[in-house]
Ligand binder design. Structure first.
Ligand code: PSZ
Length: 288
């Protein structure tokens, strides 16, 4: 049976119901995280939990638990669901109250979390995937991991309807990030990625791979790049918790480099995998 975490209670999925006036449901008034589990252990769990607290603070939502209490409950959730390789999705909303835009005086946050089995996307990481370019029509606080994702969803749907994995977003020709990932290019042996401003989500995967670059002798430039730079790049990849480091081999039908995962991208994938193994232990596939 699937066990979910509902506030501080472990209940069956059926027992976890949402009020029709929950502000997350009505307004997207809440924040969330997705944490990767490898071999039953959280990868960069501390960073994700810290970011949840930061996102909550940015929307003036006070969380009813400490980071330590949350960590402990998430580990219990992983154990109860016997999760080996997958993700934890967790979200917190400003809770239920009579519908009004301003924050309610009463009412308390509603927290939910559940796990899902998700394999590492090995074939796609080896072969690379395709992307499209789309306009970034989102709001100006993309640094908050908020439940409001319509701008992201519209872009992702456009990518999927064209048979692509991701939409790479731009504002007036400047690349920001992917619809659900951070975007990177390699040009002349340098890695470029948009700086961590209000225009992007500062991905935990992004931070981890930036941390790994000196070890492989790759210079990092946290500088915005343009659509022209993207088209002329030696290598392009995106990064996220579930997609890890995903090579982009074609954009809007045009080949990137020689239309195969580039050398730097592959090197980064390999040190990223080593970092996972350092934190979570050997990566083994389990048949379910
Ligand atoms: O399961 C999935 O497809 C996931 S899990 C996390 C994401 C996708 N994406 C997170 C994300 C994002 O939504 C945006 C707009 N920018 C960057 C990222 C990457 O963040 P991290 O590395 O923290 O997952």
């Amino acid at each position: 049976m699937t066990i979910v975490l509902y506030n501080d209670q472990f209940v069956s999925r059926e027992e976890c119901t949402v009020d029709i006036e929950d502000r997350g449901y009505q307004f997207g008034d809440g924040v969330y995280e997705v944490i990767r589990i490898y071999s039953g252990k959280m990868f960069t769990g501390k960073e994700h939990i810290t970011r949840l607290f930061e996102s909550a603070e940015k929307i003036r939502l006070e969380l009813p638990f400490t980071k330590e209490e949350l960590t402990e409950n998430l580990y219990k959730l992983v154990e109860k669901n016997n999760l080996h390789t997958g993700t934890i999705y967790l979200q917190v909303t400003r809770g239920a109250s009579a519908r009004q835009h301003q924050f309610p005086l009463e009412g308390k946050p509603v927290f939910t979390a559940y796990t899902k089995e998700v394999a590492r996307p090995e074939a796609q990481m080896n072969e690379g995937v395709t992307a499209i370019i789309a306009e970034d029509v989102r709001w100006l606080r993309c640094d908050i991991k908020s439940l409001n994702l319509l701008g992201n969803l519209l872009a992702k749907q456009e990518a999927y309807s064209q048979g692509s994995f991701e939409a790479i977003l731009h504002r007036e020709g400047t690349v920001t990030e992917g619809s659900s990932s951070n975007a990177f290019i390699i040009k002349n042996n340098k890695l470029f990625t948009h700086p961590a401003t209000n225009l992007i989500l500062n991905g935990i995967t992004r931070r981890e791979l930036i941390r790994l670059c000196p070890g492989i002798g790759l210079e990092v430039k946290e500088e915005a790049f343009t659509l022209d730079d993207l088209q002329a790049a030696d290598e392009v990849f995106i990064a996220s918790t579930t997609a890890e480091i995903m090579p982009i081999v074609q954009i809007d039908g045009k080949a990137v480099g020689n239309a195969a995962p580039g050398e730097w991208t592959q090197k980064l994938q390999s040190v990223f995998k080593a970092s996972i193994q350092e934190q979570c232990g050997e990566l083994v596939k389990v048949e379910r």
